[in-house]
Write a protein that binds this ligand. Sequence first.
Ligand code: AMP
Length: 224
Amino acid sequence: MNILIFGPNGSGKGTQGAVVQKKYGIPHIETGVIFRQNISKKTPLGEKAKAFIDRGELVPDDITIPMILDRLKEDDAKKGWLLDGFPRNLAQAEALWKALESEKIELDYVIEIDLDRDSAKKRIMGRRLCKMDNNHPNNIYIDAIKPHEHEGKTVCRVCNCEDLTTRADDQDAAAIDKRHGIYYDTKTGTLAAVNYFKERTKIVSVDGRVGVKEVSEALLKQLS
Ligand code: AMP
C-alpha cells in the first residue's frame, strides 16, 4: 500500500498518519524527521538543509527530491509506504509522479485533511501543554478539549493541574504564517501538489474541523 498524506500544520496530520501507518503496517516516512535526524547527526545532508529549515523555508528540491526517492528504495519500503511532508510543492509532485511511473509503482491513496487556514492557525496557537502529561491535550479554541476553569484559574481538562504552558514555536505567528503560506499556495505550493494528484489518482478527503476520533473514523471508512 503506497499512500501520501497531506494536511496543513495544525490539522492533526501527524496523529492521523500514525493511525494509517498502524492499519497497514507500513513505514511512516516523514521528510521533516529525516532532515532533523541528519541535522542532529551532522551529516553533509543535514549541514546543507539546516539553514533553510532554520529560516522556515523549504529545503531546495535538488536536495529533497533525490533524498526521498532514495528512501523509497530502501528495504522496509518494499511492502509500501506512507509519505508525509513530501511532496510539498508542484515540482516535487511532478518528480514523484514521474519516478513512480518509471518504476511502475502504483499510488494507492492520496489522503487530504481539509482545514481552513484560520482554523489551522488557531489550532496551533490555542494548544496548551499539561505540565503533568503531554498526552492530556488542551486547546483554548477547540470546545471538545477546552481547558477547565477552576477557582479563577485555567486548569488541565483531564487532571486539573494548573500552569498549562505553551510551546514557543506554537506562539510564533510569523513562522506559522510562513509555513501556511507554502501549504495553502494553490499555484506552486502544497495545495498545487494536492490538486495535481486529484487529476491522477484516488483522493481520500476528510474534514479536519471535527475531533481527532471523528477524523480517524472518516478516514478509515474510506480506506480499504
Ligand atoms: P516538518 O517537520 O514536516 O514541518 O518539516 C520541517 C522542515 O523541513 C520544513 O519547514 C522544511 O524546511 C523542511 N522540509 C520538510 N519537508 C520538506 C519538503 N518536502 N521539501 C522541502 N523542505 C522540506
